[in-house]
Design a protein around this ligand. Sequence first.
Ligand code: MP5
Length: 209
Amino acid sequence: MSAARALLARSAPLWQRLTAHPFVVEAGDGTLPAGAFERWLVQDYAFVVGFRRFLAGLVGQAPDARAADVLAAGMGPLQAELELFRREAGTRRVDLDAEPLPTALGYTSYLQASLADGYQTAITVLYGAEKAYYDAWVAVRATARKSSLYWPFIDNWSSDAFAGWVAAVARLLDASAPAGPTPGMCVAFDRVVRLELRFWDAVYSGERW
Ligand code: MP5
């Protein structure tokens, strides 16, 4: 079994909670309260800004030029994502420069700290974060209304283009661990899934410093 598949199989019980989270379910059926969506907008904007810094660092750690090509190709779509967040925030008069809350700050800080553990750990962290968003949003894609205010966001992380990028990252992960995931990779992957769940809890219920 490939490293990516083995990691997913190990964390299946936690993973199933991602697609059942009320934030995702309610964004999918359109019943998510505007306040929760706006909290998410601010926190996920901070996430993507921090994620871009992490991805740039990972490009610098890539073991060869082809791996760097794959990772660097992930930077372009992030620009479009940031612009989507800025447009939506402008319409809703939401301040994207508000200080990130502890969970978002903790998650982006972990992304960047994982670079110090080396490429194998950091590529595992990248795969976990991207696969979590893909699986969650693809689970609601079929039933979501295209006229929903949330559709551009659902579409962004459940598109074929995003699926292709996640699959390419899985291949890099597999190539970095031909004998299967190391104990350190398992810890990093489970930590990412737990941070994803905490992130949605924080924006759904609200969080304070
Ligand atoms: C992603 C995200 C996907 N936007 N937010 C969280 C909390 N986890 C994962 O990453 P990206 O950078 O938008 O592709």
